[in-house]
Design a binder for this molecule. Structure first.
Ligand SMILES: [Zn+2]
Length: 325
């Protein structure tokens, strides 16, 4: 029965491999996650991903499966599905799940970069319906982004389009693991906020951040900084003013380069969007070119939350099965 048809959607990150059964309307019928085991070597990771797939297949027993979609953390060749030097799962360099599973499974297997698929998830099931140029930006441990142009994912020549986390915001800034310096990720991600707090605590005024971290700067987290700022802590407020400016500068660059009509923000840090929003919008008002203001754009927090990657993988699988335009 066509109504009960489903796809198996997967999302492979450095920490977790998620698997879900998703219907055509984007309803998650079942989901599970298990550790990726990225520190235990290639065989362990491949075993864990395989086990997640098998679990998904066995849970889908009795439901007609239309395909398998898999989002991968890192560069993915859009044609072959081969991963290239994925920074968070380095052992999977050169691996193609499309090739590994394609011959073995009865269904089409499609893969893509996880951030690009998240943008597709927003376009098909989230805040981006009908967008001409949609940019999805996740601000979490790191900062990633994906782009959908006229309904089509923008993969880039090597599956890496949309690395907004590593655009330079301050070339005199701190060195980034990517080789650049002053990257947006270093200045506005959850990890970046914690680092800035750690560096500023010993020199700043007495702060609630120190109190909440038990006097140990290494235990300061982004959540602690937001909490302290809400309670009027001057150091936390100042740190987040800088974070807002960095995010504002990043968004201005995105607005100028891509001319999006919709930008969707996701990730843990944007749970604090209401706190950051006034200063970010202020920065954009003061720094974007006039056409940005006169023509307008929509800037929204993702309604899909943690499911966005799975839903993007599902959307790609539904498209491959010819069931979504
Ligand atoms: Zn970087």
């Amino acid at each position: 029965m066509a109504e009960s048809e489903v796809v198996i959607a997967m999302d492979l990150g450095g920490s977790w491999v998620r698997v879900a059964i998703v219907d055509l309307a984007g309803r998650v019928v079942w989901r599970e996650r298990r550790p990726t085991g990225s520190r235990e070597g290639k065989d362990a990771v491949l075993r864990n991903v395989d086990a997640a797939l098998e679990e998904g297949i066995s849970r889908a027993a009795g439901m007609p499966v239309a395909g398998v979609g898999l989002g991968l953390a890192g560069p993915v060749d859009p044609e072959t599905g081969t991963m290239y030097r994925p920074p968070n799962i380095p052992d999977l360099d050169g691996v193609s799940f499309k090739a590994l599973w394609g011959g073995r499974l009865r269904w089409p297997v499609v893969t893509g970069n996880d951030a690009t698929l998240a943008a597709l998830g927003e376009y098909v099931y989230g805040a981006g319906a009908g967008a001409e140029m949609l940019v999805y930006i996740t601000v979490s441990t790191g900062i990633g982004a994906g782009v959908v142009v006229a309904g089509q994912p923008l993969w880039g020549a090597h599956g890496m389009a949309g690395e907004v986390g590593h655009m330079t915001i301050d070339w005199n800034g701190v060195e980034c693991k990517c080789g650049g310096s002053g990257c947006l990720e270093e200045m506005a991600s959850g990890t970046g906020i914690a680092r800035i707090a750690r560096e500023r605590l010993p020199h700043g005024p007495r702060s609630l951040i120190a109190e909440a971290s038990g006097g140990d700067p290494d235990r300061a987290t982004a959540a602690v900084v937001f909490d302290a700022a809400r309670r009027g802590d001057p150091l936390a407020e100042d740190i987040l003013r800088g974070v807002s400016r960095a995010l504002g500068a990043g968004l201005v660059n995105v607005l100028h380069v891509l001319d999006p009509d919709v930008i969707v923000l996701g990730g843990a840090v944007t749970q604090n969007w209401e706190y950051l929003r006034p200063a970010v919008e202020d920065y954009i008002r003061g720094h974007a070119m006039p056409h940005v203001h006169s023509l307008g754009y929509r800037l929204e927090v993702s309604p899909l939350g943690d499911d966005v990657g799975l839903l993007g993988a599902a959307a790609l699988a539904w498209r491959a099965a010819g069931r979504l335009p």
